[in-house]
Design a protein around this ligand. Structure first.
Ligand code: GTP
Ligand code: MN
Ligand code: MN
Length: 339
């Protein structure tokens, strides 16, 4: 980057939820570096520093063109000394190892850290170590390569078809929506996110275990029949902590088994708009919405509710549009929430 005072500086508003940010990124080289630093900070539990890097990356993502000159960045929000300074990361070796181990489905940074201290630095060493793994971690290790491979939109829609059929058979009136990155218009994702609700408050209770056992039994009993009616079938599916799931299916065209991570969330209809907004992302957009709500409006926003701190009451909303209106923000559609 050159230093030249002739250039017009960029200007963007301070909160990501005031900005329109599509998937088009003119500063990928810079934002990739900042995202890596953010990930590094988050892996070492330095959330504050991680958020600072993510905010800086989001500001650069929202710029209408590539940064060619440092002076263009003068006065932009969220670009602190750390982000502007030369990128210098120490401890790359342990960072790379942590990334591999925490990349296993079901393994968090605490477990990875313990394994590293016990001398486990890669997947083979983990397999050979005889460590006791829970059901999720076993599956994560077994399907490591599949889970690392991005999920395509076509795969997401195929899985939507299957989960949709399962939902319809355990609860005919229940509704299912694709959320997460795919709702924001992404063509690939690291997982597939679904939000499920029922038009009658209370009828969503118990839906998740029914759904999971339907999928599991369907697969073990009627493998052949399912193959006839679906483009893909589930081989197995785990519900963990009521949401993270892992499913395996066979692609009828390639005849190849493939494991995909699926996030299933069930919400009562009274909270549906908040859950939809909260699970659509992006993560930074959500964080900024909450920051805006708290700092600018004196409200607390979550994926369950909106609370007015001053009036001491919950604010109802039945659509995302209503929530934006309550927050005094212009409505931003899902495909422009890619902060
Ligand atoms: P890819 O999956 O990589 O395509 O991106 P994504 O945007 O779909 O990310 P992800 O699936 O990780 O998360 C989707 C949304 O769910 C984001 O807005 C997250 O903030 C939200 N989310 C993820 N985990 C949680 C959680 O534990 N609680 C709540 N309330 N929201 C979460
Ligand atoms: Mn996702
Ligand atoms: Mn997810």
């Amino acid at each position: 980057l050159m230093n030249d005072s002739e250039v017009t500086p960029f200007s963007v508003p301070g909160y990501a939820c005031q900005r329109r940010c599509t998937l088009e990124n003119h500063n990928a080289v810079l934002t990739d570096a900042l995202s890596l630093l953010a990930e590094n900070a988050e892996l070492s539990d330095e959330d504050g520093r991680g958020v600072a890097f993510r905010r800086a990356a989001a500001v650069l993502k929202a710029l209408p063109s590539a940064v060619t000159n440092m002076s263009q960045l003068t006065g932009l929000p969220c670009l602190g000394g750390h982000s502007l300074r030369v990128i210098k990361v120490s401890g790359w070796v342990s960072f790379a190892v942590l990334q591999v181990l925490t990349g296993i489905f079901g393994v968090g940074s605490k477990t990875a850290d313990r394994w590293i201290r016990e001398g486990i630095h890669n997947l083979q060493q983990l397999r050979d170590s005889g460590q006791t793994l829970n059901r999720a971690q076993q599956a994560g290790l077994e399907h490591y390569d599949d889970i690392k491979q991005p999920v395509s939109l076509a795969e997401a829609e195929a899985i939507r078809g299957i989960v949709g059929r399962a939902v319809a058979s355990v609860s005919p009136e229940a509704q299912i929506v694709l959320t997460g990155g795919f709702r924001r218009g992404k063509l690939t994702g690291h997982d597939v996110d679904f939000l499920i609700t029922h038009p009658e408050e209370g009828s969503e209770v118990g839906l998740m275990p029914k759904l999971v056992s339907w999928l599991e039994s369907r697969v073990s009993c009627h493998l052949q029949n399912v193959l006839l009616i679906c483009d893909v079938i589930f081989l197995l599916m785990f519900a963990l902590f009521c949401r993270f799931s892992l499913c395996c299916f066979i692609d009828k065209q390639t005849r190849r088994w493939r494991a995909v991570r699926v996030d299933l969330v069930v919400s009562p209809i009274s909270q549906f708009a908040f859950a939809l907004l909260g699970w659509t992302g992006s993560k930074l957009f959500e964080r900024e919405l909450r920051r805006w709500a708290g700092h600018e409006k004196g409200m607390s926003l979550s994926s369950h509710a909106l609370y007015d701190n001053k009036q001491g009451r919950y604010i109802r909303a039945s659509s995302e549009e209503e929530i934006f209106a309550h927050l005094g923000l212009e409505f931003i559609p899902p495909n422009e929430r890619n902060a």
